[in-house]
Design a protein around this ligand. Sequence first.
Ligand SMILES: [Zn+2]
Length: 306
Amino acid sequence: MKYYLAIDIGGTKTAIGVYDESGAEKYHGRIVTEPNDGCAQLIERLFRMTQDVLKEYAVVAGGIACPGPLDVESGTVNNTTTLGWVNVPIVQMFSEKFKLPFTLINDCNAGAYGEYKMRNCRNMVYISISTGIGGGIIADGKLYNGQGNAAEFGHLHVRGGKRLKCGCGREDCLELYASGTAVESEYYRLMGKTLSGVDIADLANIGDPVAVAIYNEVAEYIAEAVVDIQKVLDPETIVIGGGVADAIPFRKNPSFQKLGQYGVNVKFSNLNGRQVLLGTMYYIRDSGVFLGKGESYERHQEILRQ
Ligand SMILES: [Zn+2]
């Protein structure tokens, strides 16, 4: 039996999963990321977890999902603000340490691939709404990576009118109005109190009017962006996931019911945050990353059948 290792490095938590070749989860571990501790310390902790897992399972390849921007070709995390990492050659570090092939994938792209593998379609878009907003595009059954950072839906322009400056250099990007960070700052603006996104979602779920109003507004921005995405890519399904999208008033917002008239088929994720690990595992399995350079995908399929 062959096993695959998937690592999902996030701004608040980092998860490790081991899967067999059918996709069944054999191990799941989770640690708090603590970005202030820096990159070296987190990688050291991940090395220890990986070491323990490799003693138990005959892992043939590993995948690391990370927030962008990334250089997936060289396996380098370029400049990830949520983690405070700059130019970290993470693939080389893991490959050399464990003498295994590793690959790097944008975490939202991995989430898209995980959602896609659970659904019966060929063309799908995934929008992830958490601290920031990202996503992934599945085109004709394959993950569309662009140059490595495709589907940055958080930087679609919205009619917010506040002229908020985005880290990307433009004004009024979607994630300034509809991300977890936006939910927190809007709550602070209205109530003068700092609460975490999770706390505000809890309030919204029990009907707190301010929290409900914030999530309703977020849903309206997302619904508009979803129509734009439909018009450009025409997927069969658009899946919305991430912590913000789990809040009940968000999911129940009437804007989403009206999307049918624009030909949009919206679904909400039900993978409870596991889509990134699952997608990373399926991605390395399906793309045959554990093969040496020059070996074909067909050869990979042949190995899987053995
Ligand atoms: Zn932007």
